[in-house]
Design a protein around this ligand. Structure first.
Ligand code: 4AZ
Length: 264
């Protein structure tokens, strides 16, 4: 066998090997990208058209949000305060952050809940008035009579593009996970600074399913009612450390009157 022929054989063999392993490597990657927020799964933005994400001045996703009107978004105060308003963008109708579909709106004005200082001290809610209307169905706010929504064990869904595990990569596709509402006594046990008036918590005692960094500001919904806003927690999906959410019902009246004013 000539050296040249032998070399050609080796090259062919290596190429064949590469071809054989490439699909396996790809399959492995997609299976890794399946289950998450932490412990969730891919969900269709068509089923949750009110979910949006916030981008900073460099167009990077850093928080979530929820349309409550066609031109108004509810998010966490700590998200709205993180970026100067003129650098803030809201992306609606886009399932995959790598794509260019949907609409990117600017923010005309920002309202932070009075008394907001730090997520762990409560009032972690903000309203963003967009510079245009987007044609996606908004979520509904809970009304005073909706106390059932906060009953322990109620199954809620948290949605976002945040990290898939603590310290891990962010999702590129919208993720959703079902988490049960926890009782205030469980939440107080988990966190000394838990405040039942302004917060709620959700998750499993054993952990495993949770919001994570980058999901902040995004929705916790029961059906299409926005019951919570991703706010804080000790890491992600740890046992005994549920996710803490802003208790939206506490702010519904305030937000509703603000919406009327913003509409005018
Ligand atoms: C964050 O940093 C964050 N596990 C969001 C949610 C939780 C923790 C941290 C809850 O955006």
């Amino acid at each position: 066998m000539s050296t040249k022929f032998r070399r050609a054989l080796i090259v062919t063999f290596v190429l064949l090997l590469a071809a054989a392993f490439a699909p396996a490597a790809h399959a492995d990657q997609t299976s890794k990208a399946q289950p998450f927020i932490v412990g969730g799964h891919d969900v269709s933005i068509g089923d949750h058209p009110y979910v949006v994400y916030l981008v900073d001045g460099r167009d990077h996703q850093f928080c979530g949000g929820t349309l409550v009107e066609h031109d108004t978004v509810l998010t966490a105060a700590h998200c709205a305060a993180a970026v100067r308003p003129y650098e803030l963008g809201v992306v609606a109708g886009r399932q995959d952050t790598r794509m260019a579909d949907g609409i990117e709106a600017g923010v005309r004005s920002v309202w932070l809940a009075p008394g907001y200082q730090d997520p762990t001290a409560g009032n972690d809610i903000a309203v963003l008035k967009l510079d245009r209307s987007v044609p996606y169905r908004p979520a509904r706010l809970p009304s005073g009579g909706d106390s059932d929504l906060y009953r322990p064990g109620t199954e809620a869904m948290v949605l976002g593009w945040g990290r898939l595990w603590e310290g891990g990569d962010k999702a590129t596709e919208l993720q959703g996970a079902t988490v049960p509402v926890m009782s205030d006594s469980q939440c107080i046990q988990a966190y000394g600074s838990y405040e039942p008036d302004t917060m709620m918590c959700a998750g499993y005692p054993e952990g495993g399913v949770d919001a994570c960094h980058g999901d902040s500001g995004g929705p916790l919904v029961v059906g299409d009612i926005l019951v919570g806003i991703v706010s804080w927690g000790d890491g992600c999906a740890k046992p005994g450390k549920p996710g803490v959410y802003t208790r939206v019902a506490t702010y519904s009246d305030h937000v509703e009157s603000l919406l009327v004013r913003l509409r005018g």
